[in-house]
Design a protein around this ligand. Sequence first.
Ligand code: OGA
Ligand code: MN
Length: 316
Amino acid sequence: MPLTATPILPRFGAECSGLDLTKPLSPEEVKQVTDAMDKWGICVFRDTGMTNEQHVEFSRNFGYLERVPKREGQRMRLPCRELFDASNLNVDGEITQDKAAIQYRKGDRLWHTDSAFLEKRTSYSLLLAHQVPSKGGETWFADTRSAYEDLSEEMKAFLEDKIGINSLWWSRKMAGADIPDEEIETRFLAKHPLVHVHKGSGRKALFIAAHTMDIEGMEKEKGRELIRELIAHCTQPQYTFSVTWHPGDLVIWDNLCSMHRGGDFDFEHQKRDMRRTTVREGTEPHMMETGDDPYTELFSSSPKVVDIQGARADGR
Ligand code: OGA
Ligand code: MN
């Protein structure tokens, strides 16, 4: 059966069905998925029945999968480094009581794109629900192509060659962590154009996120105000929707034409077990690498405030 996509908003997001994602996909089926992604930006597949292995295998159709940083002596909850732990659980599968981990994860509640703080951006993120709270814990998505298209011509012209400066630590600071600007500026900064052409669709998109700290060549306060304004513009109701999860649901989002954020839930009492694979922009399907991802280096030099046992180590 071919893939069927039912739009969620007129220009953004689709509920998809018709493919069995637990089985290896034919090249034609993979293309159906990438075509739907290019058009809709977010694809929601319900009740997939996928295991960890099937999740990873399916994800490899879209490129190289980023890997969780290696930390000496740290046990991992999940069986392979291609699975990022987006849960509120510790390595033993219990709700984490670690104040630092809880604080660190508050960053997920800000509008962001995954890995915008790395030099090589993330294209697709594929998040699979394993266990969900009885209430809340939805994920929100925002359409950065339509939001760009609806800007005034004057604003589009102003943004055309502007470069955003992105930092993992900036988003942590925005979420309440106490890190001085001077310290952030000594850490790794990634530069990405604020506007780019989304390859799969040829449409232009804004590329801004909680990680975007400054705009190159703009006075800091003015740049930061503009970043706040653009995020507020993109996250207006006409550009956003939320997904309510059930175990087995898989959502693929294209970070290069969307932003996302986690919704609230009773973090301290309800388990939410979500696992994510993350595809690196511009890489080939089934590409494998040995050695470490830039994450490992980034986190080995991370300020103490976020260098915590069991914390989700990818800055979402
Ligand atoms: C992520 C993320 C939000 C959520 O996995 O990258 O931001 O709702 N998740 O779990
Ligand atoms: Mn994220």
